[in-house]
Structure formats: C-alpha cells, structure tokens
Design a protein around this ligand. Structure first.
Ligand code: ARG
Ligand code: ZN
Length: 421
C-alpha cells in the first residue's frame, strides 16, 4: 500500500505540465523586406512558436504572422519589434488564461460539444462502433509510437462487394483540437441522419467513409496532459533530446530531407528541434506509415482523401510541394469553391480555396499531395476556424457551429465524388 502511494507521488512529480503564464500571441504584419528579415532573425535567436505560417522560412511580405512568444523572450522580442516600424497586434494577452478559458470543467463523459481527452475518444470509438453494426465497423491499422491502437471507423451500409470509399482523417497535428472534434461530429451525424437525410442515405448506401478520428494520438494525448502547444508526433530522434516529427511533412511527396545538393527544404525543416521537422526519412513516423499502408492497400477503391486541420479557414488541394498546377486543377478548384460556398451558406463563414503552395505557402511532405500523386484525385486539406482570434484555442462554444458548417462542405465534396464515380 505504502509502495503504491509512493509510486503515485513519483509519477505525479514526473508528469510535468508546461504553463504559459504571461506569454503572448502576436500578429505581425510585415510589409517590407526588412520586416521579414527581422522576423527570421528573431526566430534564429530566440525560441518562437509559429502559429501561422508554420515556420520562419515561410514568412513573406503581406501575410499575417502569428507567433507565440515564450515568457523568457518577451522583453527581447518587444524591444526588437518596437525598434522596427512593423505593425504588431496582440492576439492573445495571456496564453495560459486563454488555455484555461478554452475548456470548461472536465466533463465526466464524452461530449460532441467539448474537447474530449484521448481516453474519452477511445471509449467513444469502442462504444459507437458496436452501436449499429449495419452501418459502422472498426478495424485496427496499427499502433502509434507509444503503442496506442490506431482504430479506423468504417461507415456505410454493409455490402458483399467492395464499395468505393472516402478517407477522412483528423488530428494530424496535436494542438488543432477542433479537428478531432469534427471527425467525432461527422460520425455522429452520419449515423443519426442515415435514413432521414437523403444525401447521407445515398452516400452511405453507395460508398463507404473511413474515418480516423485522431491520427496523431500520442501528440493529442500530450497536449491534454503536458503541453497544450505541441504539434508533432512524440517519437525519439537520434542525436538530440528534441522529440517528434511533423506528421504532415513526413509523406513521400516532394519530401525534402534527402541529403545532397538537390535537397531544397520547402516549408519543412531538417532540424529535429523544429516544429516542421520532416523526419529522418519519409514514413519514418509509424502513424504515417500505418495510414499510408492502409491507403495503398485500398487505393483502387479510395476515391477521395480529406484531412482536417486548423486554423485559417481554407479548403486546399494539391500541390503544396510545388507551385506547379495539379493535372486536375480546374476541377479541384471548382469543387473546393463549391465546398466553401456550401459552408458559407449556414453562418456566412468565409473560406478561401486554392492549391496549397500558392494559397498559403509551399510545404513538402504533406498527406494531401501524397494521396493525390498516388491516384486519389479528390484530395483536400481543410483548415477550420478561426482566422486567428483564438487560433488553436477555439472556444468550445464554437465546436457545434464549426462542425455544422463543415458538414455542409464535406457533404458537398462527397456528393460530387459520388456523382463522378
Ligand atoms: N497548415 C497545414 C500544414 O502546414 C497545411 C497543409 C497543406 N498541405 C500541404 N501539403 N502542406 O501542414
Ligand atoms: Zn495542421
């Protein structure tokens, strides 16, 4: 008994939680080359957490640059910024208060309008997959780095033959909590509107939808327990104590980290300590490998790949690893714009659509480009709400409206794919 108590105390002491008291999120508005240079210099000399774009090298003139400045560097950063004439807006005064304000008291059970912890999501997966065996089933596609099972849900009316399918994943990036919330919402809506909503009924009769509710489970769990701002996986890297690889820079799509003179890092980093580290090789991350293997095995029936991120309100499609237009550019643009206007019809939320590289920034090694080059023509990345007011800390009160409007966009794409099978 005493030994158990002691173990408990030790475990408690080891479970360190990163706090963000007094830390700010700033929006910088570079309009001159000097501003861009200053931001890059700052990023080199101090630890900046880039919220948007994802890293310093992606900073260009005339884009909003949202950065989280750790407390230790706030003085230095403010001094340097004040010396320049760049416009700076404070998005978040005190990050810890915003984190505390994002979630209410920890709910006792799973809720579609709350941010559920991984154990809650896991028991939800188990419960929902046995709730309606005519319409839903689950299968394991492997385990995460830390050994958690990656369970894929399959929605669709049972059929003796293989149906064409859509693959939907959420939670590639750990801190983008609205994303897993959407996948859970999607599953609930699909099950509860089958039979009453004609579009959902026809979709699930004719097609299957594979849903991976949380892609980067280890990272997601870590954001709940230790560091709310974590983005990457939690795998070890050799030669450094920095953990994790960016699971959206780790796919075999213009992957950047090959050595040699031709290696050009496009929006991805070779530094394991960076938040956009592309990994030691493509598919070095077991989570990426598991999903890539599943999609490769089923590529003849997977007709669309949808991946949900936040934030920025975008519907993106290939390419991101190059400025070259995709072979199906005009069709993809038309579908993305259709999805964005369906989304906007509910509450007027404005989304921008376009190819990744030109619309936001070039970034190699992403899942959307990989799926597209594999032959999955309808490949889209969503960046959900908002545009920076709360960023990753979108309040729980926005889960429902965000999911409801996003449903319209996803259903629009699904209907289009279905019509064009
Ligand atoms: N914010 C997302 C990311 O950086 C955008 C993904 C767009 N697609 C891409 N292949 N980079 O991962
Ligand atoms: Zn993301």
């Amino acid at each position: 008994m005493k030994v158990l108590v002691l173990f408990g105390l030790v475990a408690f002491a080891l479970a360190e939680v990163t706090r963000f008291e007094g830390e700010k999120v700033l929006r910088l508005k570079p309009v001159l080359d000097e501003h861009v240079t200053l931001i890059r210099e700052l990023a080199d000399s101090i630890e900046l957490d880039f919220w948007s774009p994802d890293s310093a090298e992606l900073v260009t003139i005339d884009i909003d640059v949202d950065i989280h400045v750790p407390a230790a560097f706030l003085e230095l950063a403010s001094t340097r910024l004040q010396q320049s004439d760049m416009e700076v807006e404070v998005l978040i005064e005190d990050l810890q208060s915003s984190i505390d304000a994002q979630t209410g008291p920890t709910p006792r059970t799973h809720s579609y309008t709350k941010y559920n912890s991984w154990p809650r999501v896991q028991s939800w997966i188990d419960a929902i997959s046995t709730s309606n065996s005519q319409l839903i089933s689950k299968q394991s596609i492997g385990s995460t780095y830390e050994g958690r099972p990656m369970t894929l849900l399959k929605l669709g009316r049972k059929s003796s033959t293989t149906k064409p399918a859509i693959f939907l994943d959420c939670g590639i990036h750990a801190r983008e909590w609205i994303s897993p919330a959407f996948c859970q919402w999607f599953v609930k809506e699909a099950l509860s509107t089958y039979g009453s909503d004609s579009q959902m009924t026809s979709l699930l009769d004719q097609m299957d939808v594979y849903v991976l509710p949380v892609f980067n489970i280890d990272g997601y769990d870590y954001t709940h327990k230790s560091n709310r701002m974590w983005r990457k996986t939690r795998s070890r890297n050799s030669g450094t104590s920095c953990l994790g690889t960016d699971p959206n820079r780790n796919w075999n799509a213009g992957w950047c980290c090959k050595s040699g003179p031709s290696a050009r890092a496009a929006g991805a980093s070779k530094n394991p300590c960076s938040d956009t580290y592309c990994g030691s090789r493509f598919e070095s991350e077991i989570e990426v490998k598991n999903v890539a293997d599943f999609i490769r095995r089923n590529k003849s029936n997977i007709k669309a790949y949808l991946t949900i991120h936040s934030y920025s309100q975008l519907v993106l499609f290939p390419y991101s690893y190059t400025y070259q237009l995709a072979a199906h550019h005009s069709e993809l643009l038309k579908v993305a714009q259709g999805a964005a206007s369906a989304l906007r019809s509910l509450y007027g939320t404005r989304y921008t659509s376009g190819p990744g590289a030109a619309t936001i920034y070039p970034a190699a090694g992403g899942s959307d480009d990989w799926a597209y080059d594999l032959g999955v023509k309808y490949s889209f990345t969503f960046e959900l709400r908002d545009t920076g007011r709360y960023g990753f800390l979108l309040p729980e009160s926005q889960i429902k409206p965000t999911c409801m409007e996003t449903m319209l966009a996803v259903k629009y794409i699904a209907a289009y794919v279905q019509k064009n099978l």
